[in-house]
Design a protein around this ligand. Sequence first.
Ligand code: NAG
Ligand code: NAG
Ligand code: NAG
Ligand code: NAG
Ligand code: NAG
Ligand code: NAG
Length: 938
Amino acid sequence: MMSLLLRIFYFVIFLPFLAESRNPALNDDVLGLIVFKADLREPDSKLVSWNEDDDEPCCWTGIKCEPKTNRVTELSLNGFSLSGKIGRGLLQLQSLRTLSLSKNNFSGTLSSDLLRLESLRNLDLSENKLSGPIPDDFFGQCRSIRAISLAKNAFFGAIPSNVGFCSTLAALNLSSNRLSGSLPWRLWSLNALRSLDLSDNTLVGEIPVGISKMYNLRSISLHGNRLSGHLPDDIGDCLLLKSLDLAGNSLSGSLPESMRKLSTCSYLSLSSNFFSGEVPTWIGEMKSLETLDLSRNGFFGQLPGSLGDLQLLKALKLSRNGFTGSFPESLCSCKSLVDVDLSQNSLTGKLPLWVFESGLQQVLVSENKLNGSIVIPSSSASNLQVLVLSSNAFSGSIPEGLGKLKSLEVLDLSGNRLNGSIPLEIGGAVSLKELRLEKNSLKGAIPTQIGNCASLTSLDLSQNNLTGPIPPTLANLTNLQIINFSRNRLTGTIPKQLSNLPHLLSFNIAHNVLSGDIPSGSFFNTIPPSFLSDNPGLCGSIVNRSCPGVLPKPIVLNPENSSPNSSSGSTFSPSGLHHKKIILSVSTLIAIGAAAIIALGVITITVLNFRARASASQSAAALALSDDFLSQSPTTDANSGKLIMFAGGDPEFSAGAHALLNKDCELGRGGFGAVYKTMLQNGRPVAIKKLTVSSLVKSQEDFEREVKKLGKVQHPNLVALEGYYWTPSLQLLIYEFVSGGSLYKHLHESSASNALSWQERFDIILGTAKSLAHLHRLDIIHYNLKSAYILLDGSGEPKTGDYGLAKLLPMLDHYVLSSKIQSALGYMAPEFACRTVKITEKCDVYAFGVLVLEIQARKRLLEYMEDDVVVLCDMVRGALEEGKVAECVDGRLMWEVPHRGGHCSDEAGFDLHVAGSIESARHGGGGEHPGTYQMPSG
Ligand SMILES: *[C@@H]1O[C@H](CO)[C@@H](O)[C@H](O)[C@H]1NC(C)=O
Ligand SMILES: *[C@@H]1O[C@H](CO)[C@@H](O)[C@H](O)[C@H]1NC(C)=O
Ligand SMILES: *[C@@H]1O[C@H](CO)[C@@H](O)[C@H](O)[C@H]1NC(C)=O
Ligand SMILES: *[C@@H]1O[C@H](CO)[C@@H](O)[C@H](O)[C@H]1NC(C)=O
Ligand SMILES: *[C@@H]1O[C@H](CO)[C@@H](O)[C@H](O)[C@H]1NC(C)=O
Ligand SMILES: *[C@@H]1O[C@H](CO)[C@@H](O)[C@H](O)[C@H]1NC(C)=O
């Protein structure tokens, strides 16, 4: 260490002399580099190989030597994260040809001595933090330098005019500094110059005369300055020019004709200046052009057909000029064309077909006056990624061929006169990220197929005439950030699933006819109210409107409050019907028709029931099981209780009655008690219901009378009551064991692939109807019909259970009923809320209608959301009103093979109308007279 310090001290003190008279004892290069390193900070320690004890530095990182002399010829430390000053030690490297310190953090000013290094050919100090002016005598010292780059530093002041003395200079790059003043008038003395980059400074004034001498010039970049005046007339004399970039200045005038000689020029950008005039026909002679960028100028006139001669042209950018005439047809012969931007001109006529047939990837033609329809040829094998046709006068419909544009990422057809509907084929555009169709006259519904565009981030369909619902399939587009559906006529509710979109930033649905509550969730809780405004049916705290149909908790009807008035405000109040619109859609007519049929059916059934009842009472004696029959049944005394099996047989349980009622055997629980499975001693399984309402149960006499009445009910679609067990503290009902599980489980707890088929569901509905009809004929009201009590046997045949149990209660009290049956919420007929109205078998009809809805929609009656409850009936009723009942049908039915002539979803949809109408028919009279059947008005 001491020796190093001494050597450095020695070196620094005697540096001026060293330069003249070398001390052969020391290797100048090692010394110079060590001194250079001593000034640096090198956080990445990339220079550890630089050891001052080495005889020569040729193996050090970043160093190359001349093999014969072992003198350093190249020092390249690009991107080494070095900071500090560029020290004078480098002046010691007398053979250095290349000094490249690009992409570091060097600071300080530029030493004017660097170019004194006799051998130096390439100096690259670009992309550092050097600053200050370029010293006046910097270029004055240059010997045989060929390339200088000081780009991307913070140099300021003028470019010294003696730059013209560096006659060997082939490349000068001073771009991205803060250089000011005008271009030095001696610039064009650099006649070895091939590449000049002075871009992104603040240079002013005109391009000096004399450029015609620059016959070696290949590339000029002066973009991003403040240069003014005209292009030099003789610029075309730079015959080897390949790239001319003058964009972003204040240059004016027209294209000098000499430019037609630039037949090797591949890049020409004059963008963002004040050039004017027409694009001359001779442009076709610049045959090497790959990029022609004349955008943002004052060019005008028609585009010359000679553009078609530019066979190598890849990018044509002519936006923001005053071009007129039609989309240049000749461009279709530019076989290399990838990117065309003709936006913001005044082009007229049609969009040519070849746009979709060539190799074009990007076509931007917004803000022109193009018209006619957009036609995508069926033969199209397009590679289009970006198609922007916004703000033109295109008419007709959106072409279905869109679905073939598999690589399309951006489609903007906004601000045209497109009509018709959004084609379902949009789902084929699987790469779509941005879809903008706003400000057209589009009609119809938003196709659910849009859910296939999995990459979609931005979807703007605002300001059209779209109707129908917001498709829930949008919830699958997890990249969605922006949705704008504002100013349409969309109906229905906001799909709850949308609140799961993880990247949603903006959701604007203002000015539609949407209804229902606003989904909860972090995004929707912070949505600006203006994005929801003018949707009269929307409710929720954000729009300051409470949701009538939504209660925070399952209803427990309170007898103190249940007056007819308050009941009209309950969940089941058909408030929607009061505000029914007069306009009758086709589906409304169907619904009304169906309702009429149903009402007729109800009347017929009522009449039949009446008759059946009459005849039943005549033959009551015959049907009723006699006490004799019961007493024939063996009776055992278990725990001094009484076990009765109606059909005789072995009444012994394989275990004691109390012992078998343990948790392990529990099958389920309902309003009246838990159900357990157990075996009789002959090995036959039975289901035992243990009533939990003991305290409420009637006297033994009354209990037995009711149970015996239930016991005589025999029907293939009813779970048979086989016996009972009675003690004052424990009552058991013994039922036939049904093996297939409950309908509720099949509907709501099985996977979609195991879902019941339509045929199976139809059979269940039918069987359940038969069971109810049978009960009603026997004057038994079920009271508690729900999918959990419909059991399926091994062959899928439904068996209704739990019927008539309410009769076991001492008083058929509304309160007791509703509190016992509250788990059946959603099936409960409105009259339960109203203690003055007699409960009849019609409440079963209500529940049956709801059950049908449940079976077809395969939705729970109550979906518990974060902080509200969605009632299936209300949802269906809403859909019915909007004529979109088909959406309530379980999507799985849509895929089923049609049978019985029609499509099963049609059948289900019709049945939904029917079921909805049962409910409507019951509701027709409003809340005041629940339970009376009325025809809906009309
Ligand atoms: C320059 O230094 C800054 C911190 O001062 C650092 O963030 C940056 O990465 C450095 N740049 C280079 C090229 O090393
Ligand atoms: C000038 O230097 C900048 C920064 O290193 C670079 O991006 C640019 O391409 C260079 N210009 C030319 C003409 O090489
Ligand atoms: C398209 O615009 C031209 C005028 O530029 C007009 O003559 C023509 O009728 C328009 N065509 C259609 C289909 O609107
Ligand atoms: C769409 O507009 C064109 C006129 O531009 C009209 O001929 C056509 O009937 C319209 N189509 C629809 C579906 O409204
Ligand atoms: C939407 O349709 C209505 C009537 O059908 C029409 O009056 C209105 O102009 C249409 N709006 C748009 C933006 O097309
Ligand atoms: C979302 O996609 C999955 C599969 O990708 C599909 O099963 C599901 O039905 C889709 N959901 C909607 C709402 O489209």
